[in-house]
Design a protein around this ligand. Structure first.
Ligand code: GDP
Ligand code: MG
Length: 474
């Protein structure tokens, strides 16, 4: 059987192709050599860039940020702002998932108004009840307790109000459907009639929504899921309920300050309850979903070409019973963002109704600045819900009524904020530990534009500190 062997004088075809032609002139040789030199230069430059990138990626710095603060202070809102700024594609891919949460926020608010109505005498009447509407300048109540003189016993619903209540009763079913869809749990600790719905931290609730598209209701013009259909059917009645002057008066008397509560969308009912509604970025930022446990969010921040920092942000539960888990993170983070809801100065903790929310924040801050494990940590403070503080003070609510140490100082947002800042600073100065740095920002985290600027400054600062620590820059 013949074997194929290469003839001794066979040359390598690759080598042959590269070999200059035997009849090459001196001019052609010169041009060829120039071309070869240029090709080598380009090749070396590419290789250098590859090496540089590989080297900087090896030195990729991780920044771990722990977000602390009482429940509803704005921790998750801060994390959402980070995602919107640095991971906007992924953030926006989830916008539609948040629709169910926003729908539940709406239904929750409406059911609270209906519940307040149900305490009134349910006798038919053709005239309006004697509750006086609030002053047009304010939707906030300046009263702290329900005035007993305005007892509900004589108040009657009109026929129209009773019919409105009836027409909105499908929302009870919508509430159940939405809770099933999102997979909310009963909160064992809060457990009040309208206590917040809660989900476990992580993305399981998002997957659950995708797995259950909901029953479709359709005709020849297409189909829509049952929840959106029912919401749109009730839309005009919800708008009527929200705008009813008498019911507005009742809300003031009952201290049902929905505007200052989490997940308030009643001023956008027309848009939010329309079929085909897709939440905007701002809607997602405003949506309220209470989580149990620790949420870890990761994103990268490109500081300069080839210089990327990896961020890990831990968002933890804020109600009192969850705070015991905070300390387990202390020795492993570079920075703590402590959120104080300054707009909640006249509110009390849901889990402990005796405790003023601002006083509670001072208490938490005291524990943070006195924790030995935090000696090496950068501290960032966000004095959040400034918009709410402004609105409440403008409506006549007095800051010193709740924070008595404020005494007779001016009742304006700038002075009150400066006072809070000084108080936090003094607590820090009294601590026996020295922290790495302390920076304080006044924020309205539901305003994505102003928050974006603040986050850019915060990121720049922390990246610079982290990188100077690793001697990548100095
Ligand atoms: N008006 C106003 N609402 C805010 C602000 N920041 C957060 N919220 C709202 O407050 C609610 C609670 O915020 P969230 O981030 O869920 O609180 P967490 O429990 O600390 O995670 C949400 O409905 C937010 O939209 C703010 O600066 N102003
Ligand atoms: Mg949260």
């Amino acid at each position: 059987m013949p074997t194929r062997t290469r003839a001794r004088n066979d040359s390598d075809p690759f080598e042959e192709a590269l070999r200059p032609p035997s009849d090459e002139t001196p001019e052609q040789e010169l041009i060829r050599k120039r071309k070869e030199t240029e090709a080598r230069r380009v090749n070396d430059a590419i290789q250098e860039e590859i090496d540089r990138t590989a080297a900087s990626e090896k030195k990729l710095t991780t920044i771990k940020l722990l977000v602390l603060g009482q429940s509803e202070s704005g921790k998750s809102t801060l994390v959402k702002n980070f995602r919107l700024k640095y991971s906007s594609r992924e953030f926006r891919q989830e916008n539609i998932t948040w629709r169910s949460v926003i729908q539940l926020n709406v239904v929750h608010s409406i059911l609270q108004i209906l519940d307040a109505l149900s305490t009134l005498t349910d006798r038919p009447s053709t005239s309006y009840s004697p509750i006086s509407p609030p002053s047009p300048s304010s939707s906030f109540s300046t009263t702290d307790t329900l005035p007993h003189s305005r007892s509900n016993s004589n108040v009657q619903l009109t026929n129209e109000q009773r019919a409105l209540k009836l027409r909105l009763s499908p929302l009870i079913q919508v509430d159940r459907l939405l809770r099933d869809r999102i997979g909310t749990e009963e909160d064992q600790e809060l457990g009040g009639k309208f206590s917040e719905f809660v989900v476990r931290a992580g993305s399981a609730w998002k997957s659950a929504i995708h797995r259950q598209p909901g029953r479709q209701i359709g005709d020849e013009n297409g189909s829509v899921d049952q929840i959106s259909h029912l919401m749109s059917m009730c839309k005009n009645d919800m708008i009527q309920l929200w705008n009813d002057q008498v019911i507005r008066g009742l809300r003031v008397v009952r201290k049902l300050r929905l505007e200052e509560r989490s997940g308030f969308f009643l001023d956008s009912l027309d848009r939010v309850c329309s079929v085909g509604y897709v939440p905007t970025d701002d809607d997602v930022i405003k949506a309220r979903l209470r989580t149990l446990g620790v949420n870890e969010t990761r994103f990268n921040v490109v500081y300069a070409p080839g210089l990327t920092t990896q961020w890990r942000v831990y968002d933890v539960g804020g109600i009192k019973s969850q705070r015991v888990y905070w300390a387990s993170f202390f020795d492993d983070v570079d920075c703590i963002a402590f959120i104080v809801s300054i707009g909640a100065f006249n509110q009390y903790l849901e889990e402990d109704p005796e405790v003023n929310r601002l006083a509670d924040s001072f208490d938490i801050w005291h524990k943070i600045v006195n924790a030995k494990l935090l000696a090496k940590v950068h501290l960032l403070v966000f004095l959040n819900k400034y918009d709410l503080l402004e609105r409440k003070l403008a409506s006549g609510i007095r800051f010193n009524k709740y924070i008595t140490s404020y005494e007779g100082r001016s009742n304006d947002a700038t002075s009150c904020t400066a006072y809070i800042k000084t108080k936090l600073h003094n607590q820090l100065s009294e601590s026996k530990h020295e922290v790495q740095s302390f920076i304080c920002h006044v924020t309205s985290l539901t305003n994505t534009t102003s928050s974006g600027h603040i986050l850019a400054a915060v990121t720049e600062l922390l990246v610079t500190k982290a990188l100077s620590h690793t001697q990548l820059i100095n």
